[in-house]
Design a protein around this ligand. Structure first.
Ligand SMILES: Cc1cc2nc3c(=O)[nH]c(=O)nc-3n(C[C@H](O)[C@H](O)[C@H](O)COP(=O)(O)OP(=O)(O)OC[C@H]3O[C@@H](n4cnc5c(N)ncnc54)[C@H](O)[C@@H]3O)c2cc1C
Length: 355
């Protein structure tokens, strides 16, 4: 059976980002890489959005970027500006194609559907398949989004809506998210933060239909694309093993309070690439501990007081948008952290320290 220097298990966002980074930095000239990916063909299946707080290699896959956004709760809307850190949306279809076209050119890179097809004993493995143990206490961000097209101009494509809490909460945390790509097209997503222990919140199609038709008051539209997913708001099991690193969601690259993962994956890929020659001894790349700590408290509050969350998110965005964006994107300094923390209901958060 064939052997390889490196194996990437899972050719999704993290696996392909890492392979791309290694390839463009010429780390695979004298090394061999196998990518294990079971899917038959690549198709657009996700839209990755984030505030661009750092450079990345995929500006040419950006479908749209915005410099303004809103956050709202019933009867109140906060208009915010993000020109310093524009919010970008990446089309996964374009991303997969760009990377695969480049990887196919390198004879040192091979693709397999299953790891049992090769000899992996002496390879260094980058694994992006998360090991998740079912636990009814775990929180998830689960969602469904549709891209719609309208007959007439309807959307203001200069401004996106990050969170609209003016909707049914069902004793949980629920908001809609709208990314207007043009005056006639938008992605509209229903998003829940909950334990997902049953299917009672998964009537996504009805929720979206009701939001579009009765809240946005839009009647003539057609659905052109749909995506559905669930992001774990907990860290998957990560057993320390020699010659193996987890990447992507499996590698703890998700910011638990927000679900944002894409840019952390890019930073992790760059880190691995920089240290590839001595990767077995490189320090583990992690989201900075202070964010892990603060997110844990935040999620405890969310679990205990879901009814308070719309107000808490709304108040958080009362800080300068630049500060909030830096905080949510792991780039804030001590004073910026403090200014966010001071916006939170103090007693609720202090109590959460002791739950
Ligand atoms: C629908 C959706 C939208 C998201 N939107 C955003 C966003 O807007 N912003 C953001 O920052 N984050 C977002 N995320 C979170 C995160 O960025 C994505 O989940 C991202 O794809 C994670 O990358 P990954 O490589 O860890 O996982 P994936 O991209 O899921 O890749 C894992 C790969 O492993 C393959 N695989 C599965 N089983 C095996 C196996 N046994 N052997 C080998 N391969 C296997 C899968 O086919 C897949 O290709 C979103 C997540 C989802 C699900």
């Amino acid at each position: 059976m064939k052997e390889f220097d490196y194996i990437i298990v899972g050719g999704g966002c993290a696996g392909l980002s890492l392979a791309y980074e290694l390839e463009i930095n010429k780390k695979l000239k004298d090394k061999t890489l196998a990518i294990i990916e079971p899917r038959r063909e690549y198709q657009k299946d996700k839209t990755w959005s984030f505030w661009k707080v750092t450079t990345h290699s995929f500006d040419d896959c950006v479908k749209k970027s915005w410099k303004n956004f809103t956050v709202n709760i019933p009867k109140k809307t906060n208009h915010l500006e993000c020109a310093s850190y524009p919010y970008q949306s990446i089309d996964s279809g374009i991303f997969y194609k760009k990377i695969n076209d480049i990887l196919k050119e390198n004879k040192n890179i091979s693709f397999y559907k299953d790891i049992s097809e090769i000899n992996s004993e002496d390879s260094f493995i980058f694994n992006s398949v998360p090991l998740i143990k079912k636990d009814h206490r775990n929180l998830w961000q689960h969602f469904c989004g549709v891209e719609i097209e309208t007959q007439n101009n309807f959307f203001d494509d200069e401004i996106f809506n990050l969170m609209d809490f003016d909707c049914d909460q069902r004793e949980s945390v629920h908001f809609f998210y709208t990314l207007p790509y043009s005056k006639t097209t938008a992605l509209i997503e229903t998003t829940w933060l909950s334990k997902m222990n049953d299917n009672s919140q998964k009537d996504y199609d009805n929720q979206i239909k009701d939001y579009i038709e009765n809240h946005l008051k839009l009647k003539n539209y057609k659905i052109t694309y749909k995506e559905e997913g669930a992001i774990p708001l907990f860290y998957p099991i990560y057993n320390k093993e020699k010659n193996r690193i987890n990447i992507g969601t499996a590698g703890g690259m998700t910011r638990l309070s927000t679900g944002y993962t894409f840019l952390n994956i890019q930073e992790h890929s760059k880190y691995i690439c920089k240290n590839i020659e001595n990767i077995s001894n490189a320090k583990k790349f992690e989201i900075i501990r202070k964010y892990k700590f603060l997110d844990e408290i935040f999620l405890r509050v969310l679990e205990k007081h879901p009814e308070k969350m719309p107000d808490i998110f709304f108040k958080m965005f009362k800080s300068s948008p630049k500060t909030v964006i830096k905080f949510l994107s792991n780039k804030s300094n001590f004073f910026e952290d403090l200014s966010i923390i001071l916006k939170m209901p103090k007693l609720t958060f202090i109590k959460a320290l002791f739950y």
